[in-house]
Structure formats: C-alpha cells, structure tokens
Design a protein around this ligand. Structure first.
Ligand SMILES: *Cc1c(COP(=O)(O)O)cnc(C)c1O
Length: 397
C-alpha cells in the first residue's frame, strides 16, 4: 500500500496552529545556552500563572505526568481510592493506578457529559456508609466545558477529599467569572499542551495550584525529589555551593526550554484561538439545528474553551446512525473522532472488575457520540461542507 500525501480537500478533526513567531521562538532557544530547565521554563510558568490567576504553576512533560504529580501531592498511596469520570482519556484514571490507588468512576451528567455532582453526592453517601470514601477526585472539563466545580468542591470539602481538575481540555475556559486554573474550587488543575489541545508545546503539561505545599511537592516530584534550595534541604552545607539534595523519590517529568518557549509564544495567541473556536462552534450550532442530534450544552455560569465539538446522535438505532455518519464524513475526506470510549470498558479496567452497565450515562452517550472537526484554521467553507454532509447523513428519511 502506498501512502499518498494528504489531499488539500481532507479535513482533519483537529490541527495545531504554528506561525512564524512560534518557529522563531523555538529557533532562538536552539541557539541559546539552555535546552532544558532554563529561563524559558520560568517565563512560561509565570505567563500561565498570570493568565489563569494561579499562585503557583509547575511545567511538566505532559498532563499525564502532572496528574501523577498532583495525586502524589495529595498523598494518594496504595489502598486509597480515587474517583474520576468514565468519559475521559485513560490518563485521568491511570494516574491513580501509578500511585497504587483503586480507581472508581462517577457517572456523567447526560447534558454536559461531565462528572456529575448529583451522582457524586449519591456515591459519596454510599461510600460513607461502607467506609470507602475516596482520598481524591480527578474531575474533567470534557471538551473544554467546565464541570460543576462549586458543587463538587462543597461535597468534597465535607469529606476532606482532595480535588484535582484534569483541565487538559480547558485552558482558556472560565467558570463563575474566573479562568479555569484559578483554583477557587479545587486544590490543583492540570493542563495539557499535547498537539490538539488549546495551545501546544508538542508534548507538555502544567500544574496550577494556590497551595504552596502542593507546588513544592510537584516541583520535587518532577525531578527525582531533588532540591537545590537550601531552605528545603535536610543538611544544607553552606560551604558547598554545588550542593543538591534528594529528599524524596520522584521522576524525570521535566519540560524542555524549547517546549516552554513554544508555549509562551502559543499562549500569546490563546484568546484568539478560543474566540475563533467559539465562533465556529456557534456556526455549527446554527447549521446543525433541527437534526436528531444533541448539540453541546451551554451553561450560563461558564464559558467553554471549545477543545471539542461533540454531537450525540439521537434515536433508537443510534449506534448504526453514528457509524453511518462517521463513514459518510470519511468518504468525503472529513475526519471525525469519538470521545470517549468509557474508560471502565477498556480491557485493562474490565480486568479490574468493571462491567458494561456500571456507568450507564457514559455508556449511553458513547453509543451516539461523534466529535466533528474544530480547529483554529478551519475555514467556514470547509465547515459548511461538514454541516452539509452531516445534514444529509442524519436527516430523517
Ligand atoms: C490529552 C489528555 C490528557 C493527557 O494529556 P498529555 O499531555 O497527553 O499527557 C489527560 N486527560 C485528558 C482529558 C486529555 O484529553
């Protein structure tokens, strides 16, 4: 089989936007003294902190690494429980497994597809009576739409549960008038800068927190538990200016200076990225109105970062209808995706005891879910093409 170059008429479901400023920023680092952990890391951390209003930000090699570090900072260890959303990328659950914790899920709100506060309340009541409360939750802002943070935080607080936002989709979103990452209703938020996310550093992530102890723990964890700061050392040795101390055990979860420079350059465009995505989402809302599709939820108290534009095919034979829609788009060179296969139905999690039917709202949503193309450089002409194909494929016969 020969690989043909991508046709210009192909429409991907996501695509990064890299401009001349990004390329210049990366090139400048390549000619500098620092390729890793240099001045660009500090700068990028400060810019993200200023953008989202967090006291502390710690750059890491990926959101997966950031989630692991945040759960470690929460003190999660073998025997503990961590609850997350079944409608997410597997990283939201895997991070708990890295800490040796038991994973469980909280079913989604069928309108927003997010970790449901009502389900959380019900599940907490059951867990309290059986003494199986979670130590931490990893809540996910699916598609960039913030979840019910205030309600979740109030419930978590009653039971002393640590709240981590998997904000991989949500850099640029706002909740109750504050940017996601401001930390008013959680202990830490974790962003991803993987290629398809709000801004990209290729691979990369950031932990945002207002808690100094969490920030300190994440900083140690991202580099072998090593500190160079005398005030954090057990035995500082003022006569050894080269001294570093390993005071705990951590990983190599460092971001490079090259990536951080790209991150700062991308961050300058974040508002433009989000605004354009919001415009395109509004155009989809209009173009797809009146079809047997559930369009993305809009919430008066929050704004989405529009990482995804997920639609849900409605009706009795939704699995077939979704497959037909996927195929109809593909025939015309339009790539769509499904977010997400419920995590608990993955073979690894089944082998831990989960079954079909455990989280019916997530499973039901998955049965009809399809994510349509949405990216900064998508032309309105291409979007109209997508809308036309969708209308022809799902319109009642
Ligand atoms: C992308 C993503 C992650 C993982 O991010 P990486 O930076 O690739 O590790 C975690 N959670 C969700 C919801 C994601 O979409």
């Amino acid at each position: 089989m020969t690989t043909l170059p991508a046709q210009s008429s192909e429409i991907p479901y996501a695509r990064q936007h890299i401009d001349a400023d990004d390329i210049a920023a990366v090139s400048a680092v390549l000619g500098s003294d620092w390729l890793t952990t240099g001045p660009n890391i500090d700068q990028f951390e400060q810019h993200v902190a200023a953008y989202c209003g967090a006291r502390f930000t710690i750059a890491v090699s990926s959101a997966t690494a950031g989630l692991h570090a945040a759960l470690h900072a929460a003190g999660v260890k073998p025997g503990d429980r961590v609850w997350t959303s079944p409608n997410s990328f597997v990283a939201s659950a895997n991070c708990a497994r890295y800490c040796g914790a038991t994973v469980d899920f909280v079913d989604i709100d069928p309108r927003t597809y997010n970790f449901s506060a009502r389900e959380f309340e019900r599940k907490l009541a059951r867990a309290k009576s059986t003494n199986t409360l979670p130590k931490a939750i990893v809540t996910v802002h699916f598609g960039g739409q913030p979840c019910e943070l205030q309600e979740l935080a109030a419930l978590a607080q009653q039971h002393g549960i640590f709240v981590i936002e998997d904000a991989s989709h949500a850099l640029g979103a706002t909740y109750a008038g504050s940017p996601i990452g401001a930390g008013r209703f959680s202990n830490a938020a974790v962003f991803s800068f993987q290629a398809t996310k709000s801004i990209t550093t290729g691979e990369g992530g950031m932990v945002a927190t207002n808690r100094e102890d969490v920030a300190k723990s994440v900083r140690l964890f991202r580099w072998h538990g090593i500190t160079r700061e005398p005030q954090h050392m057990i035995d500082p040795h003022a006569d050894e200016p080269w001294r570093y101390e390993q005071i705990s055990v951590g990983f190599n979860y460092l971001m490079t200076d090259i990536q951080a420079a790209l991150g700062t350059s991308q961050l300058a465009k974040l508002n433009a990225f989000v605004n354009r995505r919001a415009q395109l989402a509004a155009r989809y809302d209009q173009g797809l109105a009146g079809l047997p599709l559930q369009l993305p939820h809009r919430d008066a108290g929050s704004t989405s970062a529009w990482h995804l534009y997920p639609v849900q095919v409605l009706g009795n034979d939704r699995r077939t209808a979704r497959r037909n829609l996927y195929d109809a788009l593909l025939r015309e060179g339009v790539r769509s995706q499904v977010h997400y296969i419920p995590i608990h139905t993955q073979p690894y999690y089944r082998q831990l005891g989960f079954r079909d039917g455990d989280f019916p709202a997530a499973e039901h949503y998955y049965g009809g879910a399809l994510t349509l193309p949405l990216f900064f450089d998508m032309s309105e002409r291409d979007q109209d093409r997508v809308v036309e194909i969708v209308r022809a494929a799902v319109a009642p016969q």
